[in-house]
Design a binder for this molecule. Sequence first.
Ligand SMILES: Cc1cc2nc3c(=O)[nH]c(=O)nc-3n(C[C@H](O)[C@H](O)[C@H](O)COP(=O)(O)OP(=O)(O)OC[C@H]3O[C@@H](n4cnc5c(N)ncnc54)[C@H](O)[C@@H]3O)c2cc1C
Ligand code: FES
Length: 261
Amino acid sequence: MPSLEKARIISNSKQYHNLYIMEIEAPQTAKECKPGQFLHIFTSTGLDPLLRRPLSLYDVDKEAARISLLYKVVGKGTALLAAMSPGEYLDIMGPLGHGFSLPESARKCLLVGGGVGMAPLLYLARVLRQGGNELLALYGVGTEKELLALERLEAIGSQVQIATIDGSCGLEGPLIPQLFSEILNAKRIEFIYSCGPESMMKLWQEWARLNRIPGEISLEEYMACGVGACLGCARKLKPENETYAKICKDGPVFSLDELVL
Ligand SMILES: Cc1cc2nc3c(=O)[nH]c(=O)nc-3n(C[C@H](O)[C@H](O)[C@H](O)COP(=O)(O)OP(=O)(O)OC[C@H]3O[C@@H](n4cnc5c(N)ncnc54)[C@H](O)[C@@H]3O)c2cc1C
Ligand code: FES
């Protein structure tokens, strides 16, 4: 059940350029969290911005009642978030949305995360490893310093392959299937999870279809209420289908078959 909570900020620090990690203590919310869900956050105590901002559950420690958020400062809301200090309280609603499905028996999973798209995949990786799944994470960023989730992914026990646009780490180039064809051919991937720019996820959707691999992706959309009440995030999943899905409630995670990117 989602709840409204004033979460105490434990830490909030700039990692590189406009990328931040915040850790909050949220006893009510943390115990309900599932991978792929998100928090809807008031970044201001005033009227600007008026609406909450959605951020994925980057990591969750249920025993310590702590949730980590990995976020990029792109506008007013995230800039206000970046200015908050440990000890202050954050008004959160969550966990919200339909998250990733988890396999009943262990399988070989591929995680494909582009930039801050790795945010919802890290907690997923943690839960998948607890279930004994074998993980290969493909992590694409602009430059090495943006690889914020790398240490945690490796500590969880995921194999990680990297692509950087500037070639500063791993393979040089965008996070596309062709760049990893040798590695992928050697693995018998059984399920793919992805989050990142839609143009990137579209290529992975095509790759998955070609190789008959099922999977899920997490979508981003502008949100208002966050709970399915305002239609602010409605989106047609397939051009030929007249029904609209609410990204906040029916998603943000969808099966690869459910949508055309
Ligand atoms: C379910 C969900 C989970 C998300 N998780 C994360 C996360 O873990 N880390 C993270 O950094 N970001 C995440 N985002 C995106 C984040 O919510 C937005 O970047 C944030 O709301 C921007 O708020 P702002 O006030 O700083 O920027 P605004 O002033 O609202 O916008 C600044 C710029 O960002 C663009 N923008 C804002 N929101 C979106 C959006 N939803 N989709 C596309 N473009 C947008 C605007 O067009 C504008 O150019 C998530 C979004 C969704 C829907
Ligand atoms: S944001 Fe209101 S219905 Fe999704």
